[in-house]
Ligand binder design. Structure first.
Ligand SMILES: Nc1ncnc2c1ncn2[C@@H]1O[C@H](COP(=O)(O)OP(=O)(O)OP(=O)(O)O)[C@@H](O)[C@H]1O
Ligand SMILES: [Mg+2]
Length: 310
C-alpha cells in the first residue's frame, strides 16, 4: 500500500517518534496488526538517518533465529564483527566488509547455535558503545528464553521495535522500552489514502463518495484493512453500488449482542402464557403463542446475519 500511495497522515507521529529516538530511548511501537507499525518504523529510521550518522541494523524477520542471523549480517557488513568471530574462515577477516557475500556465508552462520551467535553479537555491540541502532520490525513472538539477550542488546545499543501484542511472560523486556501506541488513521487521512490508491491504480467506481465512505467505515482506521478492501475492489472492472454494499471487513464489523433482548423476550412469552392460563384469558394465550413464534423466527434470522458478517 505504502509503495503505491506513500505514507499518508503519519507526518507528526513520525516526527514525534524520531524526536524520542534522538534522546537515545529504547522504543516499542504497538498497535493491532495492520495499523502501520512497520511503515511508521521505516519512516522513522529514514528520518533518523537523514540527520544523524548512526549505524542502523534493520531486522525484519519475526522469528528468533532469523533475527539473530540478520543482526550478525548487519554487524559483518558494517565491519563491526570479524568473520572469524562467527567461526567463518579467518582469511575473510582481511576482506573489505562490503566484499563479503552473505548468500555464501549464510549457511555456515546458520549452523551456529543461538548461544554462539549471542556470544558474538553482544560484545560487538558493546564495543560500539551505543552507536548502533537496532530496528527490529517485530518482537511480538519473543520468548522468555530470549529476554536476557534482548536486555543485553538494550545495554549495548539502542533498540526500536514493533509488537502487535505484549506477551506478559516477557514483561521484563517491555519495561525497558518506552511504548508508543500507533493510533488508527483518522478518517480524513484514511479518505486521502483511499482516494490516492484509487487514482494510482485507475480503479473505476460508480459512486466514489459512497464507496470511499463505506471503505472508511469498514476499515476503522486500519491501513491494512483499507488495502485489503481496495485490492479486492480493484479486481473489478467497475465497482458498482451492489458490490459496495456487499463489501465487508472484519475490522469494521460491529458485533451487536442480542442475547439480553432475546432472554427478556422469551421470559415475557413464558410469563404471558402462565398469566393467560391462570386467569383463563384465551386472547392473551393466543397472543403469547404468536409472540413466541415471532421471537423464534427473529432468532433464526439474527444468527444467519451474524454468520454472514463473519
Ligand atoms: N499511513 C499509511 N499510508 C499508506 N500506507 C500505509 C500506512 N500505514 C500502513 N500502510 C500500509 O498498510 C499495510 C500495513 O501496514 P504495516 O505492515 O506497517 O502494519 P503493521 O502494524 O506493521 O502490521 P503487522 O502487525 O501485521 O506487522 C502495509 O502495506 C503498509 O504499507
Ligand atoms: Mg509489521
Amino acid at each position: 500500500m505504502k509503495q503505491i500511495t506513500g505514507l499518508v497522515g503519519r507526518e507528526a507521529l513520525v516526527e514525534q517518534i524520531a524526536r524520542e529516538a534522538r534522546k537515545g530511548r529504547h522504543l516499542l511501537l504497538t498497535g493491532p496488526a495492520g495499523i502501520g507499525k512497520s511503515a511508521v518504523l521505516e519512516a522513522v529510521i529514514d528520518r533518523l538517518l537523514l540527520r544523524q550518522r548512526r549505524i542502523v541494523i534493520q531486522v525484519s524477520e519475526h522469528q528468533a533465529k532469523g533475527q539473530f542471523l540478520e543482526i550478525a549480517r548487519g554487524l559483518l557488513e558494517s565491519g563491526l564483527l570479524k568473520p572469524s568471530a562467527l567461526e567463518l574462515d579467518a582469511g575473510l577477516d582481511a576482506l573489505d566488509p562490503a566484499a563479503l557475500e552473505w548468500a555464501k556465508l549464510k549457511r555456515a552462520v546458520n549452523r551456529l547455535s543461538i548461544r554462539d551467535l549471542t556470544a558474538a553479537i553482544v560484545p560487538a555491540l558493546h564495543a560500539q558503545n551505543g552507536r548502533v541502532l537496532l530496528a527490529v520490525d517485530d518482537l511480538t513472538a519473543v520468548t522468555p528464553t530470549l529476554v536476557a539477550f534482548w536486555l543485553a542488546v538494550c545495554d549495548a545499543a539502542q533498540l526500536l521495535a514493533c509488537a502487535s501484542a505484549k506477551r506478559p511472560n516477557v514483561a521484563k523486556l517491555w519495561w525497558k522500552l518506552a511504548e508508543i501506541e500507533i493510533p488508527p488513521l483518522p478518517p480524513e487521512h484514511a479518505r486521502a489514502l483511499a482516494q490516492s490508491y484509487l487514482q494510482q491504480t485507475g480503479t473505476l467506481v460508480e459512486s466514489p463518495a459512497l464507496f470511499v465512505a463505506h471503505l472508511i467505515q469498514q476499515a476503522n482506521g486500519n491501513p491494512q484493512a483499507l488495502a485489503d478492501l481496495l485490492a479486492d475492489a480493484s479486481k473489478e472492472r467497475v465497482v458498482n453500488k451492489q458490490r459496495i454494499r456487499e463489501m465487508k471487513h472484519a475490522a469494521g464489523v460491529k458485533y451487536l449482542d442480542f442475547t439480553p433482548v432475546m432472554i427478556v423476550a422469551l421470559a415475557s412469552v413464558v410469563g404471558a402464557r402462565y398469566l393467560a392460563i391462570g386467569t383463563g384469558d384465551t386472547e392473551l394465550y393466543i397472543f403469547a403463542g404468536m409472540l413466541a413464534a415471532v421471537v423464534i423466527s427473529v432468532r433464526v434470522f439474527l444468527f444467519r446475519g451474524a454468520g454472514k458478517a463473519n
